[in-house]
Design a protein around this ligand. Structure first.
Ligand code: CA
Length: 420
């Protein structure tokens, strides 16, 4: 680890100088503006912008960091993203005196993370959710159709997805209101109405679109990364009983549109580069438009924890890894646009539940409890088939480097009762 900051960062912090994830924060009494996390602090990018640190040609004369979303910065593309990262790594380096030796400037530029409110990092125009974990698709398919027909015939040919709802994507820490809806138990002859009794989480990650593409012009797979800014953690809250009754033939609707939570810090592809892994060979070989020269995934460790209202601490209920995804983010993006669909800066494209091959790496309650048949046993002897009011579900993720971590922080939410 040659790069070192004058800011103290502990070895288990998610935010060393190697990371520098981007987000939107609001200081007490101030306006929302752009920031970068380092250790327990936030660098105020709008202050650095005012001081003239982002005036090079890559920024095209704009001031993206004083806005209340990062859409304009994402639209500038990779030259601006790389330049901003280089400027910040230099300013924060232990060898650079500008901030290090100027207490007055530091007071203007740094905020304590615990003293601010985090906001959504971008205005999300569109949200798509894929279904790209083989083990998740296989487990769910086994429950519905048995192991012989677990995967639908299309699954290994294309990255299956549905268009989700962007307006109900919320920032980590927001309460999650239990939705009501129609449900029909298998043995009932007619549906009933009420609050969901099978509220679930889905452990996911999602990537954010930078520059978009024009309508009618697909993005070739080998150009996909030009359009990808970075990744966040995501929880696709789901109401399984509502889903079971409504999903045929057009897929999820109200079972998913009541809330989707994301983590506040967008971790860039540059920060993830040391943790890049080759995508394993796929069988059958994907069609040419889904075949990249050098396709990749990342080694990102993921875990979800549950804390009920009578527990003193969170309890880890599953551990997974981003590498458990069959389809790559480049393949997802190439497939999304092959029809000519136009992506826009700030669009959110999510992975689908990231389950691994073992019972301990399943990414939702549906799989962990096998549709409620094997309730989770918690350390305080409570059990859970599904999430209950007062439960807090948190997802965390990080890449483990040599004595440092590039992390995502967490995405959490507390379940609150229905509005009746
Ligand atoms: Ca999902």
């Amino acid at each position: 680890m040659s790069l070192k900051s004058f800011i103290d960062v502990s070895a288990d912090s998610h935010f060393p100088i190697q990371n520098l994830p981007f987000g939107i924060f609001q200081p007490r009494g101030g306006k929302p503006r752009a920031g970068v996390a380092i250790g327990d602090l936030i660098v105020d990018l709008s202050a650095l912008e005012e001081l003239g640190h982002f005036r090079s040609p890559e920024f095209q004369g704009r001031k993206p960091f004083s806005e209340d979303s990062l859409n304009a910065f994402l639209a500038l593309g990779r030259p601006a993203w790389r330049k901003a990262r280089a400027v910040l790594q230099r300013l924060l380096s232990s060898k650079t005196p500008i901030l290090r030796d100027n207490a007055r400037l530091r007071a203007r530029v740094f905020h304590a993370q615990k003293s601010v409110t985090m906001k959504l990092p971008v205005r999300i125009a569109n949200y798509t959710d894929f279904y790209s974990s083989y083990h998740h698709a296989h487990n769910v398919g086994t429950m519905l159709r048995g192991p012989e027909n677990a995967l639908m015939p299309n699954w290994k040919w294309l990255p299956v997805a549905y268009h989700g709802r962007a307006s109900s994507v919320v920032i980590s820490g927001s309460d999650v209101r239990r939705p009501q809806g129609q449900v029909k138990p298998p043995d009932a002859s007619v549906p009933t109405f009420g609050p969901t009794t099978s509220l679930d989480f889905e452990l996911e990650m999602a990537f954010l679109i930078g520059p978009g593409n024009s309508l009618g012009e697909p993005v070739p797979i080998d150009r996909a990364v030009d359009h990808i800014f970075g990744l966040v953690l995501m929880n696709d809250w789901s109401a399984r009983d509502i889903q079971a009754w409504e999903y045929q033939p057009l897929g999820p609707f109200l079972a998913k549109n009541f809330c989707t939570s994301i983590s506040p810090w967008m971790v860039t592809l540059e920060a993830l580069e040391p943790f890049r892994k080759s995508l394993p060979a796929q069988d059958p070989a994907p069609m040419p438009y889904l075949r990249a020269k050098d396709d990749f995934t990342f080694d990102i460790q993921l875990e979800a924890s549950l804390q009920t209202s009578s527990m003193n601490a969170a309890h880890v209920i599953t551990r997974s890894n981003f590498q458990n995804l069959y389809w790559s983010i480049a393949q997802q993006l190439a497939h999304h646009t092959i029809s000519g669909c136009n992506l826009q800066p700030g669009d959110l494209l999510a992975s689908g539940t990231i389950s691994g091959p073992t019972d301990e790496s399943r990414g939702c309650m549906l799989e962990l409890t096998w549709r409620g048949a094997n309730p989770l046993k918690l350390p305080n002897r409570e059990t859970r088939k599904w999430l209950e009011d007062g439960d807090i579900l948190a997802i965390s993720g990080w890449c483990q480097g040599d004595a440092y971590r590039v992390g995502f922080g967490e995405v959490s939410g507390r379940i609150v009762g229905s509005n009746k």
